[in-house]
Design a protein around this ligand. Structure first.
Ligand SMILES: C=CC1=C(C)c2cc3[nH]c(cc4nc(cc5[nH]c(cc1n2)c(C)c5CCC(=O)O)C(CCC(=O)O)=C4C)c(C)c3C=C
Ligand code: FE2
Ligand code: FE2
Length: 334
């Protein structure tokens, strides 16, 4: 290892500290107060958020988090997988997989803990004057990618001696991403005791007006699926696309995963597998929403076999992807 150390900070969305209503309330309050996430005028939104949503949603969501909580390490799956991704990427870097420089890897959350400021400061304390910020969002949305960069810029705004930063771009069409998804999909389909007639790629949804205002998110999801179809040799009927996790009453981008699953069952599809290529780690939205709610809807509508396939998480394919992204974005620094 030579030269001054370089830092890599993996950034994910955020997650509660405990599976109870007060912790979920704190998390949702921070998340849903972000004007990048909810683009409704503050004067209308804040009374609704504090008067209704934060009094009802936390208790319901806490039950979901309780189901999926990782008891051994006392953290949510999202945090557990993101931490493992950082640890494993650090080990890969230590073994020279990213190049010859000393590379420190850490992770942080846009909302909640560990905070972005903590992550940047921890890397600086290890001597990193150059830091690559790598948001774990394959597709760009203002509500995820842009708000992470906004928040990092606010962290630096308070510093006398700032590090030099690079921001990693969205990787929706990166061959390493498509190959990791294809490898993971092949492996998981091979483990099933049935052959799905349809594989559904379900992405987190967005309000339609955010797309209308210029978010490239929907077209990037479509491009990911187009490339994954090509890599898998699947056609449009076999590998389909939908959007989940609608929140509130506004129109979100369609088709909705819940409607899609029911429609497929009603059209006679008996065996369905769902993957979530837009999530780099399994979380409430994949384990509970897809694995329980959507499964139940599919089976209730006449489906017979259902499988939810894991996200890339800290799998070998997933780690190869992160190493590939980091190696490319660190070019010239290492
Ligand atoms: C209010 C609107 C929301 C937008 C816009 C939004 C965009 C968005 N979110 C993710 C990824 C995740 N979202 C997660 C949870 C979650 N998302 C919203 C709302 C919006 N998301 C809510 C209210 C919640 C909480 C769910 C609940 O409490 O029931 C998560 C999971 C976090 C976890 O701890 O498990 C992820 C991940 C993306 C990628 C995205 C835009 C593309
Ligand atoms: Fe979300
Ligand atoms: Fe949800």
């Amino acid at each position: 290892m030579t030269g001054r150390p370089v830092g890599v900070l993996l950034v994910n969305l955020g997650t509660p500290e405990a599976p109870d209503a007060p912790s979920v309330r704190r998390y949702l309050a921070e998340f849903l107060s972000d004007p990048r996430v909810v683009e409704i005028p503050r004067l209308l939104w804040l009374p609704l958020l504090h008067g209704v949503i934060l009094n009802t949603r936390p208790a319901k969501s806490a039950k979901g988090y309780e189901h999926i909580w990782v008891k051994e390490t006392n953290e949510s799956p999202l945090k557990a997988y993101t931490r493992l991704q950082a640890e494993k990427l650090g080990a890969l870097a230590g073994a020279g997989a990213l190049g010859e420089a000393a590379i420190h890897v850490d992770y942080a959350m846009r909302y909640g803990e560990p905070a972005l400021a903590e992550g940047v400061e921890a890397l600086m304390a290890k001597g990193c004057e150059r830091i690559l910020i790598l948001p774990l969002y394959p597709q760009y949305a203002a509500s995820t990618t842009a708000t992470a960069f906004d928040a990092i810029a606010r962290v630096l705004a308070g510093m006398r001696r700032q590090p030099t930063l690079r921001f990693s771009p969205p990787y929706f069409d990166d061959p390493a991403y498509i190959e990791a998804l294809a490898e993971s999909l092949r492996e998981h389909l091979g483990l099933l005791d049935f052959e799905p007639e349809v594989v559904l790629a379900s992405f987190h949804g967005l309000p339609q007006f955010q797309i209308d205002r210029g978010d490239p998110y929907e077209s990037q999801c479509e491009e990911t699926v187009r490339l994954l179809r090509a890599a898998m040799g699947m056609d449009e009927k076999r590998l389909q696309l939908s959007f989940q996790s609608r929140f509130g009453r506004a129109k979100w981008i369609e088709p909705y995963t819940s409607e899609k699953a029911r429609t497929l069952a009603k059209e006679g599809v008996k065996r369905l597998a769902i993957l979530a290529p837009g999530f780099s780690a399994d979380c409430l939205e994949t384990i509970e929403e897809l694995g329980v709610e959507i499964r139940d809807e599919f089976l209730a509508a006449g489906g017979e076999k259902f499988a939810r396939l894991s996200c890339l998480n800290d799998s070998e394919a997933g780690m190869r992807l992160l190493a590939s992204l980091a190696r490319r974005e660190l070019a010239g620094w290492i």
